[in-house]
Design a protein around this ligand. Sequence first.
Ligand code: ADP
Ligand code: MG
Length: 263
Amino acid sequence: EDEMRAFRRRLRIKARGENVPDCLPSFSLLPCPDASLKRTLLRNIESSQWKEPTPIQMQALPVLAMGRDLLATAPTGSGKTAAFVLPTLLRLEKSEAKLLRNGPRALLLAPTRELASQICGEVQRLAAGRAFKVAVVSKALAATKDGAGQGVFSGYDLLVATPMRLLQALREGKVDLRRVRAVILDEADKLFELGREGKKNTAGESLEPDKSFLGQVDEILAACTYPEVQRALFSATLPPLIHDLASSVLRDPVSVSVGLASN
Ligand code: ADP
Ligand code: MG
């Protein structure tokens, strides 16, 4: 207990909440009941030449792996992507991997299409060797049909999207979020800014800013009706707006911050 407190202090990890799990000092301790999946993940981590988890990974990984909601704040470049991608892959495997696919089981939201593509690339790299199906939600993909004439997104395990694009697919009945077990919002601070400004086209007209970002996220979360869906927010900064967002969408969360000035 005291040892863990000293460990966190040394790495400038601040953790708040009920029953915060211990930090994960090594990737080899990843809590993964599926030995073959664990081997694959460790091999992919090794080929990234990552020696040990970064501080945000050490604390965020075990929190997410146990299914808890999380508010995570750490500077740009501190490894936040893997901090949510690895536990998401662990949880995907646990939930009916062998059953027919009928809708995505995890959702990663990002403020821009570019960032969504980067996250998707990281998922594919860390999951290499497993049969997970992952995609970025785009207009083009939404317009295609699968072999059975069903919405194409039912064939994916994990979707990465901007809230606006996902909401559009949702409203057009092209994606079913009822089986989603985990929703992660990356760069929540930027998401929030974008949502407030609204997107404009080249003529300066507003494009579908019919809702604030919070409204968009609320509508997406309302469509994720699986019981006790896990939610997490990742951000480089922690402005008051993110606090408000966190308290309105997270349930009994653990808050983790690393290397903030206020530490
Ligand atoms: P953030 O989202 O916090 O800005 P990223 O997830 O983009 O950070 O990661 C920043 C860089 O750190 C990437 O190049 C990534 O490959 C690398 N990285 C991630 N985890 C580790 C690790 N455990 N050890 C070394 N490098 C890492
Ligand atoms: Mg990032």
